[in-house]
Design a protein around this ligand. Sequence first.
Ligand SMILES: Nc1ncnc2c1ncn2[C@@H]1O[C@H](COP(=O)(O)OP(=O)(O)O)[C@@H](O)[C@H]1O
Ligand SMILES: [Mg+2]
Length: 253
Amino acid sequence: MRKVALLTENLGVKIGGKEILRNLNIELPERRILAVMGPSGSGKSTLLRAVNRLLDTVPSCEVSGRVVIHGVDAYSSDPYKVRRLTGMVFQVPNPFPNMSIYDNVAIGPKLNGLVKDRRELDDLVRWALERAMLWDEVRERLKDPPHKLSGGQQQRLCLARALALRPKLLLLDEPTANVDPINAAKIEEALRSLVETQEISIIFVTHTPHQAMRISDYVAFLYMGELVEFGLTQEIALNPKHELTRRFLKGEV
Ligand SMILES: Nc1ncnc2c1ncn2[C@@H]1O[C@H](COP(=O)(O)OP(=O)(O)O)[C@@H](O)[C@H]1O
Ligand SMILES: [Mg+2]
């Protein structure tokens, strides 16, 4: 049996008294990709932010139920510990503008004491850039600022930055929405290879059903804050249980 990377039990989120997520039950085995799909406003980003406790910073936000990441109960643990288990990539590439490409990746491990010397840091930076499929494009210009990179390369830099902290669970919020198709394909390939070769699990948010089906092992379909359907991607692709899922897959909702 594989270990469980993420478990949510009756997860609910209210902001300012309004119910944003209701009763979500999800179980993702480790070294698998879960695609969270659903139309805009269905609560996908809120789910990611509930998992890594970024919602802590939102005033009047109440989280109920349980979130367990690799056996760590997220809401009864130190939020910093939770964020150390997770890594996050956002929709708009957001590299640190005043740092070199190298430092964008190196700063996290350096501040967190993950490496003992420069040599280890160099190795980790290279490893992260390779895993993000960016190394070959930047190895000769590690000292350049990130704005010299294309948008898609910047997003892969953000992926490398997240990976350098060696998260167990990587969260990506529509990471290819602002990226050209070639870069999007590279990111998808990098993610598939990560779960096949590393001790990492991935939650990938997308509003595109095609991308969800292509990239994932498991799918969660959110609609207006509710989990309409959750299961193995192959089963949902062949035989969605709910009419709403069927319609979403056809592009009708
Ligand atoms: N900080 C917030 N304050 C108030 N409402 C919010 C906040 N964040 C999200 N919401 C609401 O929660 C719902 C789900 O939002 P979101 O999780 O961003 O959806 P998605 O990522 O699927 O587009 C939306 O109706 C949105 O307006
Ligand atoms: Mg969103």
